[in-house]
Design a protein around this ligand. Structure first.
Ligand SMILES: Cc1ncc(COP(=O)(O)O)c(C=O)c1O
Length: 485
């Protein structure tokens, strides 16, 4: 049996083994009745101490994953296998962000689970008919050209339409400087790879988008985080991190960050929305320090109260700006974009050509149609109204049912509520216990690049109607009350 063990991980080896075997048993790769290798044999093949495997087997026994009778071996208990539509009956003691994120996907559409954990838009709010009609028109018009390789920098009319869309928010952009990407995720990945290399220091929000942090760490970057206030960066935290990393003054032995990531519009996961003053101050500070800013505007169009502030790009055209159509329209489009200038733009186009050629040309044409005909703006207005109702319902229910010790700010836009928990309610324990009761939430430590983190969970209100959100908030609140006793 092969069990990947990571001796550098902070997770004890016996738990790594127990969690992996639990995953295999629950996932059906190890069927009921399968005999596990003897502890000595597994210890030899994994090159760990025998007591590590003995402890792992004890843990599995305690979880009800295996039956072990002295002398006759250890067997996987029958009936553990769950399909992807069922929530697992046995929850491994997950702590590592990677394991938790995999589990969140596993239960994402499981029967009986309300998942507030991931950032999916609502299925029923997707503009399927409008998109389908736009796609058919584009195919009839452009035929094979729409299905051939596309220019790796993107379909030219789409780049123009994106520049037009950005102009409405005050950013003047040359369409030449727009690069169409496979979602914002590719845009984040490409810019990170273009600007830094193994061992470099980079600065991100803490907490921040977990797939991004996971990616940067896997690229071998030294990932530092700065904290946020509801209306901007936590300036003391930013100054502290910059002093640690910026050449000059007392800090000259430490490396400069290659870039600083900022999501000023309804940040994932805190919902932070930066004030105009904070935006100006941030851009001025980074200009003074000569640090490259990457702006992630993934949630920018999802505003529910008032109007969003100007994007950082409108204040400084050296800012690299990233956007996407995933949250407003459909993630499966896989259409995002980068605005970047000069040599960096050239490098990004080459990198994306190498990475995966061109984004799907027919989808690019359909999105162009929706942008230029005004269907996109009309759709945004429709979903803003519905997401506002959902946000209000979740926040009202949290206000009503949660104990006073639980705190959150009502976000002005985006998908998320960041629920700060009292000390007695550990976020990972809450995640595990809530999942057993059919509610999935995302525990805070997956959003941090370092071990230091606020004890919180992220709840997404996008996917469910107001009644379901109220029900989920009540169940979660009952559990929190119970854990506080
Ligand atoms: C902050 C943030 N940036 C980028 C992305 C990736 O978006 P896309 O689906 O366009 O790749 C997400 C998705 O959840 C996100 O939350």
């Amino acid at each position: 049996m092969i069990v990947p063990v990571d001796v550098d991980s902070t997770k004890p080896l016996y738990l790594q083994i127990a969690d992996h075997i639990t995953m295999l048993a629950v996932g059906g790769q190890l069927g009921g009745g399968t005999r596990l290798p003897a502890s000595r044999q597994l210890a030899e093949s994994l090159q760990v101490h025998r007591s590590t495997v003995v402890n792992a087997y004890e843990e599995l026994k305690a979880r009800g994953v295996i039956d072990a009778t002295q002398g006759s071996g250890s067997y996987v208990v029958p009936g553990l296998v769950v399909s992807s539509r069922q929530a697992p009956a046995i929850m491994p003691a997950l702590r590592e962000p990677d394991d938790i994120v995999r589990m969140l996907w596993r239960v994402n559409r499981a029967d009986g689970v309300i998942s507030l954990a991931l950032g999916l838009p609502a299925d029923e709010l997707m503009p399927i008919e409008t998109y389908e009609a736009a796609r058919s028109r584009a195919l009839r018009r452009d035929r094979a050209e729409a299905l051939n390789y596309e220019d790796p920098s993107g379909y030219e009319p789409l780049r123009r339409a994106i520049a037009g869309h950005l102009a409405k928010s005050g950013a003047v952009v040359d369409p030449e400087n727009v690069i169409v990407t496979v979602g914002a995720q590719e845009a984040l990945n490409l810019t990170a790879r273009a600007l830094a290399t193994y061992g470099d220091t980079v600065l991100v929000e803490a907490p921040g988008f977990f797939l991004y942090t996971m990616n940067l760490k896997r690229l071998g970057y030294n990932v530092l985080g700065y904290r946020l206030r509801p209306s901007g960066p936590d300036w003391a935290s930013l100054a502290g991190t910059l002093c640690q990393t910026t050449v000059g003054g007392a800090c000259d032995s430490l490396p400069r960050p290659r870039f600083v990531l900022a999501s000023p519009d309804f940040q994932n996961p805190t919902g932070s929305h930066w004030s105009a003053d904070d935006r100006h101050r941030f851009v001025d500070t980074m200009q003074e320090l000569d640090l490259q800013v990457i702006e992630d505007a993934t949630y920018r169009d999802l505003v529910y109260d008032g109007a969003p502030q100007m994007p950082l790009l409108a204040l400084d055209d050296d800012v690299i700006h990233i956007g996407t159509f995933s949250k407003v329209m459909m993630p499966a489009l896989r259409i995002g974009y980068i605005v970047a200038r000069g040599a960096l733009r050239e490098q990004l186009i080459t990198l994306r050509n190498i990475a995966c050629g061109s984004a799907y040309g027919l989808a690019q044409r359909a999105v162009t149609e929706m942008l230029v005909t005004g269907q996109y703006d009309e759709h945004v207005r429709r979903i803003q109204a519905e997401y506002r109702v959902r946000r209000d319902a979740l926040c009202a229910a949290l206000d009503e049912y949660m104990p006073d010790e639980v705190q959150f700010e009502k976000p002005m836009g985006g998908f998320y509520v960041w629920l700060r928990l009292p000390e007695q309610v550990n976020a990972v324990t809450l995640f595990t216990e809530a999942l057993q009761r059919g509610i999935a939430v995302a525990p805070s430590h997956v959003f941090y690049p370092d071990g230091l983190h606020e004890n919180a969970v992220r709840l997404s209100f996008a996917r469910y109607n107001a009644d379901t959100l109220r029900y989920a908030a009540k169940r979660l609140a009952d559990l929190v009350h119970h854990m506080m006793r």
